[in-house]
Design a protein around this ligand. Structure first.
Ligand code: SAH
Length: 221
């Protein structure tokens, strides 16, 4: 990893303690991952000093990098270990994928906006995240060829749960997906069991829209 100003290291440590640990995230792997990923490099230069704040930030193309706590909460809910293969829908800045890649064996991430896909790919290469596989396509179809996955995380709000995500989960696999209308969603966790699925609600959230064949039809509202 390249050198970074000490100030960002200090801001990151404070982010982990005050926003993430203080709110109950206690999975040691998740805490270690958010301590390692240089979040300021996942936003534009003008926003770097705000990168460790307790809020989402714009990343261009009317999309956002999620609030640090939400990233940690969703990651913890996936119950990841070093042997797992994870699918992420909505690469965006690449920050969530990098956090996953610190823990999991391999991360597959799909983005539908070309400029974001290219920017994230370059950043993964620069930071040495060789276990992240990127793809430019409509993620509402999942990634059939690489399935089944131990975990699937959707980082854009969906009108419902696309059936292919359940199909592409391994038995015992976990899916985390925000489901609701375009303004507010419920974070839903689905566990695939031998006989069917088990579903729990993790709380309210607000994401940009999941746009595609099995998502919202329009990017604008
Ligand atoms: N995980 C990201 C959050 C990005 S916001 C991060 O850590 O920064 C959600 C992203 O989902 C946006 O970049 C948006 O373009 C993308 N997205 C929306 N619908 C999609 C789809 N059908 N397939 C792939 N990506 C999609």
């Amino acid at each position: 990893m390249e050198k970074e100003p000490l100030k960002y290291e200090r801001q990151r440590e404070e982010m982990v303690r005050k926003q993430i640990e203080a709110r109950g995230i206690d999975d040691a792997r998740v805490l270690e991952a958010v301590r390692r990923v240089p979040r300021h490099l996942f936003v534009g230069e003008a926003l770097m000093d705000q990168a460790y704040g307790d809020f989402p930030l714009p990343i261009g193309e009317r999309q956002t990098i999620s609030q640090p706590y939400i990233v940690a909460e969703m990651t913890q809910a996936l119950r990841l270990g070093p042997e797992h293969r994870v699918l992420e829908i909505g690469t965006g800045s690449g920050y969530q994928a990098a956090v996953l890649a610190e823990i999991a064996f391999r991360v597959y991430t799909i983005e539908r906006i070309h400029s974001l896909y290219i920017r994230a790919r370059r950043l993964f290469d620069r930071l040495g995240y060789h276990n992240i596989v990127t793809r430019y396509s409509d993620g509402t179809a999942g990634w059939e060829d690489e399935s089944p996955f131990d975990a699937i995380i959707v980082t854009a709000g969906a009108p419902g749960i696309p059936a292919c995500y359940i199909n592409q989960l391994a038995e015992g696999g976990r899916l985390i997906i925000p489901v609701g209308n375009e303004y507010t969603q419920e974070l839903i966790k689905v566990v695939k069991e031998a006989q069917g699925t088990r579903q729990t609600e993790l709380g309210g959230c607000r994401f940009v829209k999941l746009v595609g064949e099995a998502g919202w039809k329009e990017a604008d509202h």
